[in-house]
Structure formats: C-alpha cells, structure tokens
Design a protein. Structure first.
Lengths: 294, 294
C-alpha cells in the first residue's frame, strides 16, 4: 500500500471532519472538546478511506463523498466511546491515550457519543443526491447498519457474552463480527458508491467485498490482541483471553485464524473483478489490512 | 382539551411506533425489549401529538406525518433513558416504573438509548417529501435540534450545574430550557408542518409558538417538582430542591413562575393567528399544558 496515498487521504478526511464539527469553544465547550478529543485521536480513518476509494472505483468525485466519509467516522468514534464505558468494556486506554470517560467523566462521555451519533446524520444530510440515490437512501443505509440489528446489536451480544464461561459457537461469533465490524465497513463502502451513482450490480459486488474485508479485519484484530503489544496497538492487549472472550484465536487457534483471514481477503479481491483497474486502491487496502501488525 | 381527541391521537402514535420498532423477539431480543420497555411506558406523547396537530394546522395529512411523529418520540425517549443513568441524573423511577438501567442494567440502557436515537433517523428517512421540503431538510432539522448545541447541549449544562451551589442567572436558565425542552418541541411542530408543505412564514409562526410553549412547559415542570406528588407525576419530586438545582421556582418563586408560564402561553396563542380556525388543536394543547397537574 502506498503510504503517501493513505496519508493524503487521512489529511483530507481530517480537514473535512474539522469543518463539519462545531469548534471546540462552541457553547457548551465541554461537549465539543470531548467530541474532538475522541475524534482526533490518531485513528486509522479506515472507514472514510474505504468510502472514498469506493467512490473512485465507481468513477465518482472524492469531494462529493466527503460528507458520508465524515459521517461514518463519527459513528465509529461514538461506538468506541460508548464501548469503552465502565458499564461496557471498561477500557482506560484507546489509541494510546486515556479514553473519553477517563478524561471527561462518564456523563460527558455518554453525551459526547450521543452527539457524534447525531452529528453523523446532520453531516450525511448534506450529501448531494446522485441520479439513482437520494438522501433518504443514504440515511436509511447508515441508520440500519448502525442500529439495533447490526452495530449496536453486535455490542449487545458482546456484552451478554462477557463473563460467561461458555465459548460462542462459530456461527454466533461470525454473527457478532458481521454486526460489530463488517456492517459499518460495508456501509462506508456502499455510501461512497451511492454518491457515485453506482448500479445495483456494483453495489452488490462492493457489499461482498465489504463483508469479506470486515470479517478478515476483525479476525486480524483478535489475532493482534494475542500477539501484539500495547505500544504497537495503542490499547490494552491480552484482554480477550483474560476475560475469556470468544474470539477466532480462542475458537480455532492462531494458525487457522490466519488462514481464515487470508481466505476472506482473497474473496474480497475476487469481488472487485467488475471494477478492473478502477478498484486498485480497494485491492491495496485489503492487502494492507491483512498484513498490518497494529 | 378534548380528552377523546388526545386519546385517539395517542393510540394512532402508539400503533405507528409499534409498526416502526423491531418486534421484541427480534435478535438480539434484550435490546429490542429494552427499547420497547421505555418507549411504551405510558408517556404523554406530547411531541408526536404536537407534530400531528401542526400538520393539520397547515392542511396536511396526519398519515403522512406519522413517521416524523414517531421519530421525535424515539429521540425524546432515548434522551430520558440516558438522562436517568447513574452517571447523569441517577433516577430510579420514570413514569411510575423502574428506569431502563434499573430494569436492564446500565450497559443495555446506554445501548437502548443509542438504538432509539439511530432508529429515529431510520424512521424519519421514510417520510414522504413535500413540494418545499425533502428528507435532507427533515433529517437536518431533527439532527440540529437533538445535537450538541440544543438537546444534548442542555443536558451538558444541566450536568455541569448539578452539585454546584451557585444558582444560574435567568439568562443561563432560559438557555438550558430552550435547549433541553423547547428545541425538540419546536422541531416536532416544524416537522409536522414541513410534511404539509408549509411556507417559510408559517414555519416561522409555528417556531414562535413552539418556543413559547416549550419554555412554559418546562416552567410548569419545575413548578410541579415543588408542588406535586410522586403518585401524580410518576417520578420523584422535590429532587430539584434537594440537589440545589437552578429552576424557575428557585430563582423567581412559585407565584412569579406561574405568571411567566401564563405569559408565555399567551405568546404561543398569539403566534397562531395566521392559522385562524385550523390551529384549534394547537390552541387547546397550549391551554392543556398550562393547566396540567401532572
């Protein structure tokens, strides 16, 4: 993967987020500081980068896809803030810094998450419609992927599984991964394509790419929790094992998990055939995610 | 106020909410049960009723305004669930029943709130556009009113004021009331009008009505916290005084607060002049809210 490309895209996304977010001093300042603290914490911007690369694969304008790119990052950040709360995963460290509730208190962290979730839809409503897709379609796409049957639903199952001694079945684990990770990744990709007026066939191909990529991404995440260090990851490691959490490595072992991630990455590549050369960046991102060590 | 009218409207709204919400057994069941537990808890449905009455005042169809009516109730309910959390107002009782986190635990309560907030936008995206107003306008209207500068911003100020011995200034208190209560009430009214293709002049008049009504409503709420009983209100009373919270009665005394509420209600009536007879229900609702004892 071309590091300069990734860096340029991150800068573009960060500038858009800075424009869309209320200034840190906007009244009441505490909430806007907290929102910015968690949003500008050195995240990889994977979801917005995928959104923009998908727009390009469909021949669209990167500029037009900045609102959905910013919106999906707001959703991702809100979900991290709420997942880190003491009543959920109870994490003190995120991206190498104190989590939002450690820094601002639990009440403000709940509200900062709520505000980022709400802002995501305010930003998304500013996206220009394409010929085939309108704002109603964009909003519905994001709300379903972020809602109680997908992103939030996955967190519910995660929460209910915690502290339980019983390992989940492979089907249950896959369902959690699909809900918690693959759904929002897929929607990021689909939203980018929708602003570029993608046909139903292209959207379907990109959905397959997103689902495979999302599952591979989550398996790698689970593997890194076993094999990496807090310094590299910027968050605590070994936590899954300590809490007896069901993960791919716990269910299948490291070697088989790595193979599964590679197989899913191959499926992601295959799904991009209809796009030929235009999907170059999407191919690169898939390889980059498989090979990452943080 | 015609009790049969209110009751019929509540039934209509409840039926719409029941259709829009995932069934209680939808996987993962816990979250859908928790969402329904808080949403169907005998709320007054004031925001949806205002939304529908506003549609009528603009000559629109009540049927077409059901999605925004349901959406604002989802927002209202989510904000109650999160406000009741131990890290916020820490309330155990709401509408005469245990609050969501008492019943389902804090983690699920946070997620049920998140899910209702997200669902509000999923529902709103299903509203048919009118000639002057589209889904982008609806979503933007709701997101701004519910966001960090209004609904959530008011809760931030409330949270920051709690435990502080210093009473807020009248301007600060008015700002909190405008943010926490008047903004979402006004948006409920505006959304109903927008689906009925309201002109900018009519929207402006309804905004004045909503702001005045919203402030009066919050003053009455503060008065009832002093003068009513938990049995009548279905929630704890005397809490504002116990926590030295800044309220209208604390700042102005009961008598002056009652006069202010009556003055604001008069302003609400005056704003409805352009609608003549069509605004009959909106007039009735304003009087009903002023005179309520629960």
């Amino acid at each position: 993967m071309d590091a300069a490309y990734l860096e340029a895209r991150c800068r573009l996304v960060d500038a858009a987020l800075d424009r869309f977010l209320p200034k840190a001093k906007t009244r009441p300042a505490t909430i806007h500081e907290a929102m910015r603290y968690s949003l500008f914490a050195g995240g990889k911007r994977l979801r917005p980068v995928l959104c923009l690369a998908s727009t390009e694969a469909c021949g669209g304008s990167v500029e037009a896809a900045l609102p959905p790119a910013a919106a999906v990052e707001c959703i991702h950040t809100y979900s991290l803030i709420h997942d880190d709360l003491p009543c959920m995963d109870d994490d003190d460290l995120r991206r190498g810094r104190p989590t939002c509730h450690v820094k601002y208190g639990e009440g403000i962290a709940v509200l900062a998450g709520d505000a980022l979730l709400t802002l995501a839809f305010e930003i998304l409503a500013q996206t220009a419609p394409s010929r085939r897709h309108g704002v109603a379609g964009y909003v519905s796409e994001l709300a379903v992927a972020s809602g109680s049957r997908h992103l939030i639903g996955g967190q519910v199952l995660d929460l209910e599984g915690e502290g339980s001694d019983i390992l989940l079945s492979p089907a249950q684990l896959r369902y959690i991964h699909e809900s918690k990770t693959a759904a929002l990744l897929t929607t990021s990709i689909r939203l980018g394509a929708m602003t570029a007026n993608a046909t139903p066939a292209k959207l379907a191909a990109l959905s397959t790419y997103g689902r495979s990529l999302g599952l591979a991404f989550q398996i790698i995440d689970d593997i890194l929790d076993v094999t990496s260090t807090p310094e590299k990851l910027g968050k605590s490691v070994g936590k899954d094992e300590a809490t007896a959490k069901s993960t791919y490595p716990a269910l299948y072992g490291l070697e088989k998990s790595r193979k599964e991630a590679a197989k899913l990455t191959k499926q992601a590549h295959d799904a991009l055939k209809p796009f030929a050369k235009k999907a170059e960046r999407l191919h690169e991102i898939a390889d980059y995610l498989l090979d990452r060590d943080y």
